[in-house]
Design a protein around this ligand. Sequence first.
Ligand code: TXA
Ligand code: MG
Length: 380
Amino acid sequence: MSTIKVVNDKAITEAAEILKSGGIVGMPTETVYGLAGNALDGAAVARIYAAKGRPAFNPLIAHFASLDNILHNINLEEKTLNGGFLGGQEQIEGEGEGEGEGEGERRSLLEIVQTLAHAFWPGPLTMVLPRAESSEISELATAGLETIAVRIPDHPVARDLITACGFPLVAPSANKSGSLSPTTPAHVAEGLGEGVDMILAAGACKVGLESTVLDLSGDRPVILRPGVITAEDIADVLGLDDPHSLINVDSGDGLQAPKAPGILLKHYAPDTPLRLSAVDLEAGEALLAFGSDKFMGIKSVPFLCKKKANRDMTSGFARDLPEEMRQNLSEEGDLHEAAANLFAMLKALDKAGAKRIAVMAVPEVGLGVAINDRLRRAAA
Ligand code: TXA
Ligand code: MG
């Protein structure tokens, strides 16, 4: 059994030490218990997915203790949202020339974030925001997306733990994939058992329902997951006339049924096509290896590579490819390491100017199921 510790200063220090060394901890929040790990550490994030037995890498929420720390990780520069949905707001200079109804007045995302943060944080609201290029949050935590989900939990233990760590914590609900979210430390222990290094016990969760997820990365705010903070609450704070505009994904005037979160959720896909289960390489292809690629050959086929430097590799061995054309998810065939590297390596290879990315097979077991799920989506 994992260690359940009743919360006190010593237990928080101990949990922070576990998190600093890459461990995962059951953490109370006001909504549900989270399974926390260092948001900057891809290997810790991979352990979270493995413990949950998630068949897919859904992006995780990064938990912070202050808005200041969030601002380093998101890119709000000059981004504005459609004024038609935000109703009656002040005009932003130089932006008033929109066409059609509902355009014309735009409101800065920074102001919207500050307004929502002031009203609801700390609390059960998660905002999905454009990710800053300089953000050090693990690519696995955001599943390779250009957005990042953030919130400040309204539980002193969660905030104390984040502060003691000095880094943000990603925390999905601390249950096995497909089970109910846990609202007591006993639920966490029953559900995850040995998969978690420590559980910080602080009684039952006040809210008992996961946070409301609000997407602010598009042209207007959209609720991806309903929660105790309702469309009406958000509309009130933002001065919206019609709370339905938050759940209605249709931008026209006809009302449309809200789409399910699964449909709204985007998946990361590289621009370069992918070829899965590759056993050899074609000339012009970049390689995403898993395990040893020592004896992988390159078939000599005439080809044209976008980048001059890579054009001469028309035969020979994969191991002689220039570094930018060759990445290995895990030479030892470790699925945790592979998961942690997946999105960052795909992104790096996507920049190599290859005609295609050949991907070696990853076994369909444990974290391999989620890795293959993402590879298949990226190849589709
Ligand atoms: O109340 C909560 O939010 C709890 C506590 C522990 O904070 N956490 C939680 O996490 O419910 P999880 O992983 O079970 O749910 C996160 C939700 C998922 O529906 C996920 O798809 C969505 O947030 N999400 C995370 N990052 C996203 C992103 N970049 N874009 C869109 N949706 C995102
Ligand atoms: Mg969940």
